[in-house]
Design a protein around this ligand. Structure first.
Ligand SMILES: NC(=O)C1=CN([C@@H]2O[C@H](COP(=O)(O)OP(=O)(O)OC[C@H]3O[C@@H](n4cnc5c(N)ncnc54)[C@H](OP(=O)(O)O)[C@@H]3O)[C@@H](O)[C@H]2O)C=CC1
Ligand SMILES: O=C(O)[C@@H]1CCC=N1
Length: 264
């Protein structure tokens, strides 16, 4: 695989970190206008850094666009003359519909819209993928790429905005829950670094329990809640204060916002 990431910023670098270790990769071009901030990638033999998008496009088969939404249209129009029928165009750009990409490059191109998250850098992204008609033939390739950096799910494009909230913004939501747990632990007397480790590993343990057992969260909750014990006392107080409701409302607010964001 010869891959180019056009716009190696926060998400682009996370994807690059997830990709560099895969044996399937022969070359990885990383582009941005100012490459001084990504010099660290020079330690990898397969990685080429450049501010020349055209050079990257000419030398890659798979193009992952990870620029800000407002920059995408102009960049894609500039690169259009260099695109050939074999290029697989993958956009991770929020709110930029496949039909708008097709308006620029044509319907006869392989177009994939993907929504990974920053945990790609540690091989733990949850990436949702949608494709245009042409790229139905490239679904397995797209899954192979994103499975290198975690797990992937193919979904209809209509659900991609919701997936962005749950999985991409979701990283921030879960971080805030871990941070709040840490604050609680400090109040109970732990040093900050200890509190952080307790919160992180407990969160990791809870997710791993569900992944490995396949059980519903409430089933695992029932195993922890001793009758008249401290867990149910804490859980009920959290619910009286609106924990589940607040999370659901936050997710809905985020979804309303993402649907208002204009990419032009
Ligand atoms: N951060 C996240 O968790 C997620 C982000 N996204 C989406 O991914 C996209 C990127 O987001 P994010 O990584 O946070 O944004 P960043 O601003 O961190 O990254 C965008 C990068 O694009 C580069 N860039 C700008 N213009 C050009 C150009 N002409 N040619 C090449 N590179 C260029 C910029 O570097 P320079 O100025 O040096 O050129 C910058 O590093 C957005 O569309 C966002 O909606 C989606 C899911 C999650
Ligand atoms: O906050 C945002 O709008 C982008 C999309 C998901 C993650 N970052």
């Amino acid at each position: 695989m010869k891959v180019a990431i056009i716009g190696a910023g926060s998400l682009g670098q996370s994807i690059a970190k997830g990709l560099v270790t895969t044996n399937a990769l022969t070359t990885l071009y990383l582009t941005k206008r100012n490459i001084s901030s990504i010099k660290g990638f020079e330690e990898f033999d397969k990685v080429e850094l450049t501010s020349d998008n055209a050079l990257a496009v000419k030398n890659a088969d798979i193009l992952i666009f990870a620029v800000q939404p407002r920059h995408f249209e102009a960049i894609l129009k500039d690169l259009k003359p260099l695109l050939n029928k074999n290029h697989v165009i993958i956009s991770v750009i929020t709110g930029f519909a496949i039909s708008r990409i097709e308006d620029i490059v044509g319907k006869d191109r392989f177009v994939v819209r993907a929504m990974p998250n920053t945990a790609a850098s540690v091989g733990q992204s949850m990436t949702c993928i949608s494709v245009n008609d042409m790229a139905k033939a490239k679904v397995e390739l797209a899954k192979t790429i994103f499975n290198c950096m975690g797990r992937s799910m193919v979904i209809p494009e209509e659900q991609l905005q919701a997936a962005t909230v749950i999985c991409a913004s979701g990283i921030a939501f879960w971080m805030r829950l871990i941070r709040a747990t840490t604050q609680g632990a400090i109040q109970l007397g732990f040093e900050a670094h200890e509190a952080h480790e307790l919160a992180m590993q407990t969160c990791f343990g809870a997710a791993t329990l569900l992944k490995e057992s396949g059980k519903h969260p409430e089933e695992e909750i029932d195993r922890v809640t001793t009758p008249s014990g401290c867990t149910i006392e804490g859980l009920n107080e959290m619910e009286h204060q609106g924990l589940s409701s607040s999370l659901i409302k936050g997710i809905n607010a985020s979804f309303e916002k993402i649907n208002q964001i204009k990419t032009k």
